[in-house]
Design a protein around this ligand. Structure first.
Ligand SMILES: C[S@@+](CC[C@H](N)C(=O)[O-])C[C@H]1O[C@@H](n2cnc3c(N)ncnc32)[C@H](O)[C@@H]1O
Length: 229
């Protein structure tokens, strides 16, 4: 099945549009079903075995709640951390920021196109992308990866798996109450998702990085790039 990248409805809705609010709530449930928070938390634990990261960046953060679900699964979540949340249209509620503050995480929300932000070259321990990379063409992904490789030492991407069985799962989504916008975007995301070693092939070709990529959880495709110490 060839990869096809098409615009998603949510990307064109203003954060306060009721359809966007509903779709973001649906996305939280889809993330839960896919087990993406668990997959990312596990990757973080496997990567940061000596000492926890002090600066994490999430690109395409949406409502910013997904990393809270990740934090709940991390043994070192109560350690102070600098978290930068980036989105073209951030939709982060005050309550979400309060929950990060309770953990002792210092959060900076940046409304920016990811391509512009990456050019500002901000060092971090880890860049995380959840249900985000599939928005982009191979050429755009090459740019994101080359910029990321120059400013972080770990990159984790958790994306839709492009496989027939995931399309079947999309068909079942109305049964768990997923609305029209998130359902439409789920089909589009799956067609734009990844399989095999598609993301590894786009990572800058050098020997400094250890790459892991493959099927994970319920319909996810996990990519982890770790810089050799
Ligand atoms: C499918 S949502 C995923 C949101 C979140 N990561 C989650 O799992 O709930 C994709 C997000 O990417 C953002 N986005 C799309 N293109 C972008 C770009 N070029 N730069 C920054 N954010 C972008 C959208 O605004 C949207 O919030």
């Amino acid at each position: 099945m060839n990869r096809v990248v098409e615009p998603e409805i949510l990307d064109d809705l203003k954060p306060d549009d009721p359809r966007a609010i509903r779709a973001r709530r649906d996305l939280q449930r889809i993330n839960w079903w896919m087990g993406n928070a668990r997959l990312i938390a596990r990757s973080l634990q496997k990567t940061f075995t000596q000492r926890p990261p002090v600066r994490i960046v999430e690109i395409g953060t949406g409502d910013g709640t997904h990393l809270l679900r990740v934090a709940e699964k991390l043994p070192w979540a109560s350690q102070p951390l600098e978290l930068t949340l980036i989105d073209r249209e951030p939709a982060i509620e005050k309550g979400t920021l309060e929950q990060y503050a309770k953990l002792g995480w210092h959060v900076q929300v940046i409304a920016s196109d990811v391509f512009e932000w990456l050019k500002t070259n901000q060092p971090s321990d880890c860049i995380i992308a959840n249900l985000f990379l599939h928005h982009f063409s191979e050429e755009q992904l090459r740019f994101i990866f080359s910029q990321a490789a120059a400013q972080t030492r770990c990159f984790i991407g958790c994306e839709p798996l492009r496989a027939n069985r995931v399309f079947w799962t999309c068909r079942l989504m109305p049964l768990i109450g997923i609305g029209e916008v998130a359902l439409n975007d789920a089909y589009i995301s799956t067609r734009a998702g990844f399989c095999d070693q598609e993301l590894s092939r786009l990572w800058p070709d050098n020997k400094e990085w250890i790459l892991h990529e493959g099927v994970a959880g319920m319909g996810s495709h996990l990519f982890v790039a770790k810089k050799c110490e």
